[in-house]
Design a binder for this molecule. Sequence first.
Ligand SMILES: [Fe+2]
Length: 273
Amino acid sequence: MSASATEAVAIARAILDGKAGHLPPIDLLNIGVSTMAPLPDALGALLEKASLGCVAHLEEINLVGEADDDRLRRVLDLCESLSPRWIQEDLGIWVWKGGALGAHMIPPILDEKSLDEATRIVGRILSASRWPFLAENPPFYCVLGDMDLLSFMAKLARRTGCGLVLDIGHFIGYCACSAKEPLSYLDTFTGWDDVVEVHLAGYTMTDTSRGTLWEDAHEVDIPPLGLTVLDRVLAFARNVKAITIEVEGARLDVLRSNVIRVAERVQAVAAHA
Ligand SMILES: [Fe+2]
């Protein structure tokens, strides 16, 4: 489950106090790590006490554009207290002219130049980090470049040795932007063995006079297409170690129903394996 550092503290405390009965079972927290919001001192110890694993989702490291080794060093230092199983970041530009863009991060132009930049920066991250690094497909609201997303990701993993996060909501958004049919497009992917984590969240799709508009919406139910894509992903991606359900802003009943529906899909795939 995705969580801010503050939410992670609350979840760990609820588990330790025996008050987590209202929460679905959680093995792993995907925690946002940023130099703009330092982590609570006690977080690492609390997670350990509550037997909660975690992964660190960086939120300010450009994977294309200008590299910033000093910022990377400071973010990696923050991760030390968490002992994450791995770290991850969405492909794109997170810092522009020294200012952090946060949720307004810019996805990459999908071309050879961006792939070269991402290859160089991910190589630097892998050298500087003592944890594995996964690159995630970011949210797309428009698509630029002459390369398709899945080719870009497969090539990046092959060139650098990094792992991949496949965010299913973001992937469906990319497909809406680029007029691709998600299931048949997935069949072209050559990077399945590099996918270590899958993200799932709600989103909205709105028909407009110029096509379908996709928007991320972590507070709503995961739509049926998201679960259908999950089935296909689980059938092909044999090295997945975690499925993160992104739930920021969701009511508890929505959170629970998303967890239950995803767990049912995973169990059904496991039963047929
Ligand atoms: Fe994600």
